[in-house]
Design a protein around this ligand. Structure first.
Ligand code: UD1
Ligand code: UDP
Length: 367
């Protein structure tokens, strides 16, 4: 049996690991172990996803919590080192680009344990994004790199990573999306907020570049304020963003917008329901750019760049100038002239199976 430690820490990680973990369990060739770093810890940012995704409780919970980048990354490495030394895995599998991904991959590589990185090769070209640093370092020390879209292949090759390590397997985010779209029947969120299908906007916001400075967050909130005059806006708010609204004294400004519904972060099934029926999505999330492309929902990405360019070149995504008028113009453009997107290659619900097959073959050859 191939003993694999799967690392999760933050909200998007749970969604990416679920189908991989399940395939490992079903294959009969793997002994999958799940370690949760505790980077995200609120019930609505963590436990709720285990329930929605029918995931088992993690084998270990490191409970590192929030902190500066150095604190969080360092604490994960210290806590995880103990577990890895005891568990002696054959492989450590990391997903995405969060601090938990970086910490686990550095640690594994220093302990000479092979690392698999799922969602390798994505690059925004913007090194002021903490995730970009996490991506570059993780890819440079990974042994097996699983790529979601063509740009990922190009970046890894141009960075000199041996082609033998690179596997174009598609997007596990879409595996979870396809699996869970079948489970939305009991979710009644639209009625709860009196929302009509296709007649509301769904928004999310959490990038430090958008929310950690008062002028940036206010400018974006002002755009939401104008949009809610035209259609209801539902805004499941990330804890970082809620903290910043409070810090800048902007909560009452938002509360004064009658058709902007600010709610706690919602679970995956509720979020998928909101996204599937939305008229338009405005976001700075990575994963949501991909999910809206697959669903054919118009998406405005509130960022100057994206590490997921296929969502723009093939899909329904557009990058939006970051000022109130720019956002409003893009909103009207997207409503009046919706993009007819296409689904990128291998975003077909079979990615976890392909990843597990690749790992299984490598393991067979080495034994
Ligand atoms: C992290 C990832 C980001 C990812 C996002 C997904 C890094 C560098 N960033 O950003 O790439 O897109 O997760 O959501 O890894 N907080 C809570 N409760 C929680 C979690 C966080 O209140 O359960 C608050 C804390 O005040 C914390 C802040 O949110 O300081 C930021 O959390 P952190 O995990 O550091 O970064 P995110 O912004 O969540
Ligand atoms: N999501 C969710 N509830 C929410 C907001 C997002 O379930 O309230 C899901 C969303 O469908 C996607 C993932 O969380 O699958 C994206 O996570 P996030 O935006 O936090 O991180 P990113 O993708 O930007 O790293």
């Amino acid at each position: 049996m191939l003993k694999v430690i799967n690392i999760v820490g933050a909200r998007p990680n749970f969604i990416k690991i679920a189908p991989i973990y399940r395939q490992m369990q079903q294959s009969g060739r793997f002994h999958p172990i799940l370690i949760h770093t505790g980077q995200h810890y609120d019930e609505k940012m963590s436990q709720l996803f285990f329930k929605d995704l029918s995931m088992p409780k993690p084998d270990e919970y490191l409970g590192v919590g929030s902190g500066s980048h150095a604190e969080q990354t360092g604490k994960i490495m210290v806590a995880l080192e103990k577990s890895i030394i005891i568990q002696k895995p054959d492989l450590i599998l990391v997903v995405g680009d969060v601090n938990s991904t970086l910490a686990a991959s550095i640690l594994a590589s220093k302990l000479s344990i092979p690392v698999a990185h799922v969602e390798a090769g994505l690059r925004s070209g913007d090194r002021s994004m903490p995730e970009e640093i996490n991506r570059i370092i993780t890819d440079s020390i990974s042994d097996y790199l699983f790529v979601t879209e063509k740009s990922g292949l190009d970046h890894l090759k141009s960075e000199g990573i041996s082609e033998s390590k690179i596997h174009f397997t598609g997007n596990v985010m879409i595996d979870s999306l396809i699996d869970n779209l079948q489970k939305l029947n009991g979710v009644d969120i639209l009625n709860h907020f009196s929302l009509q299908p296709k007649k509301y906007a769904l928004v999310t916001l959490h990038r430090p570049s958008n929310v950690d400075q008062e002028n940036s967050i206010k400018m974006i909130i002002d755009a939401f304020g104008k949009i809610q005059l035209e259609m209801p806006v539902i805004f499941p708010i990330h804890p970082r963003t809620r903290k910043m609204l409070d810090l800048f004294g902007l909560k009452s400004h938002v509360d004064a917008m009658p058709d902007l519904h600010l709610i706690d972060p919602v679970g995956y099934l509720v979020f998928l329901t909101l996204m599937k029926h939305a008229g338009i999505v405005l976001t700075d999330s990575g994963g949501i750019q991909e999910e809206t492309t697959w669903l054919g929902i118009q998406c405005l990405t509130l960022r100057p760049n994206t590490e997921r360019p296929s969502t723009v070149t093939l899909g329904t995504n557009r990058l939006v100038p970051l000022n109130t008028e720019g956002i409003i113009t893009a909103f009207h453009d997207a409503i009046d002239h919706p993009k007819n997107g296409r689904i990128p290659p291998l975003w077909d619900g079979q990615t976890a199976q392909r990843i597990v097959d690749v790992l299984s073959d490598i393991y067979k050859k080495s034994n």
